[in-house]
Ligand binder design. Sequence first.
Ligand code: COA
Length: 421
Amino acid sequence: MSTDAPFAPHPAPPTVAPHTVRTLTDPADRRRAFDLFLGTLHHGPITDDAWEAHGQAAEEHWLGVTDPSGAIVGSAYSFPTRLTLPGGTRIPAAAVSGVGVRPDRTRAGRLTALMRAQLRAARDRGDVAAVLRASEATIYGRYGYGVASRGDHVRVTTGATWRPEAPAGGAVRMLDPDEATALLPDLQERLAAHRPGGMTRSARWWRRVLRPAGPSAGEYKGVAVHTGTDGVDDGFVVWGVSEGDLATGATDEVRLQQLWAAGPAATAGLWRFLTGLDLAGAVIGWVRPLDEDLDLMLTDSRAHRVTGRGDDLWLRLLDPGAALSARTWGPGDPVVLRVHDAFLGDTGTWRLAGGAAEPAAAADPDLECTVDALSAAFLGDRSPSSLVAAGRWSERTPGAAVRADALFAVPGPAPWCGTFF
Ligand SMILES: CC(C)(COP(=O)(O)OP(=O)(O)OC[C@H]1O[C@@H](n2cnc3c(N)ncnc32)[C@H](O)[C@@H]1OP(=O)(O)O)[C@@H](O)C(=O)NCCC(=O)NCCS
């Protein structure tokens, strides 16, 4: 992209103080950085066995911002992932986590320095995007991240009955930790290939979930797989249980940790199983995909209550040209889109036409947006029209947003990441 006219609804990035950002390769430094991060979340340090079991991995990229004394006072790391785009192409991306700045060193530009170093390094490595899950919605927009998918928090009453026409068939079987370790990573990778926003997970991610160490090692964890009528595994669920209270009459509740399904039959099969569990009053799901239409399948549609909605994946395009050409586009009249990236100092213009995105630096834009606001439409979560209506995109040519709606529209599964990292 070239640098040209400014277009920055976000305040200009702060002048970054000369903070020192270091790549951390020594496991002892990484552990210090991780403990620092845990502290910023108000957690105690990681235990020895948890650090040994799944503290860090060779393929990760760890950064620390250090004080003049050399002490690490800010941290961030990423692991390589592949992110599914509309149409099924997977792009290389940096999955960012472990972001924190020591409370006595905040609001002085240290995160800004970390983000700049991390995004540049990821782009230099060839990552087309960076992704993360945000603790707060106000932090990452200034660095070019935007919410690319959302999900519903749901509460489904156990014992709910299913309409006779709801998808049925298939079978659910429970897995022990060895079986889950052998089966789930490949199954999730296969299922995530069919949903925009789906991402591949690292071996460490799976170890941490299926073989927890430290305080959560002894907690109950249920794992089950759904097999379709064709004999192929097509969904799985991992859940824990929160204990009720005999004194108040509060029942135990099933807490979904993950539930992936290839389609409605697997979705219904797994939810039927969960809502049929004994000794639990409800199944609680958090950031479920927006197209998980359980209310349409239940006799009492109110047995499925949406209790809230939250952001799922935050996406930051590092190479918008590569990303725009990697996804598929709907049919429709062409539009010229200009994308501004104030944080990395880039601007680029593309013509979306004939199912492709071509660079068009000399063309006048029909639509303009910042790179963070592009994320909202990029996987199909929001339409260009709604982004223009909200003031997040600018329409230069009347009618261009409606034309862009047709191009950006994504048939099939709603975008959803479904991985917390
Ligand atoms: C979020 C956090 C990393 C920010 O670090 P920091 O070093 O204070 O960030 P910076 O000084 O670089 O701030 C950059 C800008 O973001 C703003 N900002 C940072 N954190 C913010 C927050 N939590 N809410 C609102 N604004 C925030 C700053 O005010 C500053 O604004 P400006 O550009 O207008 O001056 C730090 O507050 C923290 O560790 N929080 C707790 C852990 C956490 O939430 N980590 C993120 C996990 S996803």
